[in-house]
Design a protein around this ligand. Sequence first.
Ligand code: FES
Length: 105
Amino acid sequence: MSEFLAVARWDELGEGELLGVEVDGELICLAKIDGVVYACNGECTHVGGRLYEGELQDGVLTCPVHGAQFDLRTGKVLRGPARQDLVLYPVRVEDGLIKVALPPD
Ligand code: FES
């Protein structure tokens, strides 16, 4: 089973905000939606735009480069040009820390 790694403090990520973090050389985008933290790949599945520099509204993440939209709760593409869904990583909040489990190599 994957190990959960601390990536940020709970209070570093405001409600409705995005935060980019690097874990084991992997860029991850965190988002807090209705008090729940989600973690997905930090780079867009289109051509690698930095998703944590995008916009989040009502759980929908818009890529800053070409405007693809994703539902962050499911990872599903809602609008192109991206065609591939986001990868969502399991998240835990413990002792005021946000922890993410990356898939095994
Ligand atoms: S890089 Fe995200 S939509 Fe093109």
